[in-house]
Design a protein around this ligand. Sequence first.
Ligand SMILES: Cc1ncc(COP(=O)(O)O)c(C=O)c1O
Length: 449
Amino acid sequence: MDPQTTELSPYGAASSVPSPVSRMMVAFAADFRDDVDINLGVGYVNENTIPRGLIEEALHAVLADPHKYRVALNYGGPSGSANLIESIRRFHVERGIGGLTEEILRKNEIIVGPSGATSLLEGIAHVLAPGIVVTCDPIYYIYCNFLERMGFQVCAVPEDEEGLDTDRLEAFLHGLGERRREIRFFYAVTVSNPTCRILSNRRRRRLVEIAARLSRELRRKVPVVFDKAYENLIHDPTAEKPESGLLFDELGTVYEIGTLSKILAPALRIGYMIGPPGPLVRAMIQKTSDAGFSAPLITQEIASWLLDHQVAEQIERVNAGYRQKAAATRRWIDACLGEFLAACSGGRAGFYFYLTFDRIETHERSAFFRFLSRTTGRPAIDEPGGAKGPRVAYIPGEFCVRCGGELVEPGRRQLRLSYGFEELPRIEEALRIMREAAVFAGSLPDAAH
Ligand SMILES: Cc1ncc(COP(=O)(O)O)c(C=O)c1O
């Protein structure tokens, strides 16, 4: 026996090595200097959008009404708090979210995951048999990396301005031939992380139709999981109003996963799933029980109270803030980096821009990255004035494109930049430093990029 080894499952073995993004972000956070370094890499929400006062009020209101909010500090049931489920239902119907009506929601079940949308996505990967998952390229790298560790094969179809390109999806499915049998589910993020492109209604409908056709062909349901994490953050008033995939669902293959993280607070860890009742939903409820019985009942009840009180004003406030930040960030992107860029998406929803440079590479070994992490080996850049210069973190496109997929080459010249967490003056400063990095990288011979 080797006392140093533990027999891990394939998932355990794959997870024992940190993912490249985790490794990079941990390295950046390890010696992060609050007023010096600038983090455009994390997907954190803006602290100013979190309604601290309302959350405090909600806690008091919940504890003061044990009749409505029963045993709020005890264990909860695995499908979610009845109060919260009712609040989520009303929230959708009264605000007309996705065009959902009482009638459609009556046909579907709402369940609350143990810890945010992430835990529901995790649940899906546990309750479905391993096989092929079809998604959009660039990918939501966090979930796709997890799916691979769980033994799924992730296939990604490139997006265009309308999101996942369904013509290319049809061609991909055709090319897959007999292997179509291995497809387990479709995973579509309605406002892409990382590109923030919004999946058009036309494409949503088409995706649901394609899944229905495949389901008929394979004589089993092939679910479409819509991840709506950023759908309440479509802040461009000219953007098309999104329609829920459940509106087009004739076969009962559509599941939507939403979260309150982006409009209320990530720390509440409230994610929910809406979908047709059946074995998949039942298995997901059991999975919640296995993971920790339920999301903490107290935060579920707080979330329920928040959805019942002032949520409209809160969503408006959050979106007005991101709208303003998007416009300012875009101006600085154009002014500082415009001459180096081939494309820029985002700014209409969520809080990311996704940049494609003409020539400059952005991956971890690139001159641009090394400038911004102050690891060029040149003291004048790394330590101007004797101390380490301000560092700027972003997510390299290399991590956002499907490994071995069609976008690998452009991915080397892309990056995701978040305007969520940092405040505007810091974002402006970051873009000014990014310009210096671009000028530096551009001054080197191509081979040194
Ligand atoms: C596409 C996407 N899905 C899901 C999540 C997770 O949301 P939650 O905080 O509810 O786990 C995120 C978080 O950033 C996300 O970007």
